[in-house]
Design a protein around this ligand. Structure first.
Ligand SMILES: [Zn+2]
Ligand SMILES: [Zn+2]
Ligand SMILES: [Zn+2]
Length: 148
């Protein structure tokens, strides 16, 4: 066997093909040492760009994958959901209806609230609004229970 000069033969780190003048440095995030042939470099590039795109957005309620833009809704800020949360159309509409119901109906007796509604005290741990009657009743109940 003859060795001519100091020519070092480099092989592609993926397929092992001997590399001539055309060799490609892998991107750092690929975690590959050494050099690649053109074909493997192209393949890896594709692989990694695809991977990054493939994390699907899912609905925060039903966990459905939100594939197309028609079915992707941002929750209203009033709903106090995490930023970046997305909902599918049906969950959005359901939540919207729930929220409106909560705003417009008494959380205890379910009567329709008009112009006047009352915010429950935080200590009552009631979600929604109350009518005057229920607010008073709740207030009295808590006072007689010795909440002092
Ligand atoms: Zn290769
Ligand atoms: Zn959903
Ligand atoms: Zn009520």
């Amino acid at each position: 066997m003859h060795i001519f000069g100091k020519r070092q033969v480099v092989h592609c780190s993926v397929c092992g093909k001997e590399l001539g003048r055309h060799k490609y440095r892998p991107s750092e995030e690929w975690g590959i040492e050494g050099m690649l042939c053109g074909l493997c470099h192209l393949e890896k590039t594709k692989e990694f760009t695809l991977e990054q795109k493939e994390v699907p957005d899912i609905c925060a309620f039903c966990k459905k994958e939100l594939a197309d833009n028609q079915d992707r809704y941002k929750p209203r800020w009033q709903w106090e959901m995490e930023s970046g949360t997305l909902l599918c159309k049906s969950c959005y509409q359901k939540k919207d209806a729930d929220y409106n119901k909560k705003l417009n109906f008494c959380a205890i007796c379910n009567c329709k609230l008009g112009m006047f509604h009352y915010h429950p005290k935080p200590a009552w741990q009631i979600d929604g609004n109350l009518c005057r009657k229920c607010w008073d009743r709740q207030n009295n109940k808590n006072n007689t229970n010795g909440e002092r």
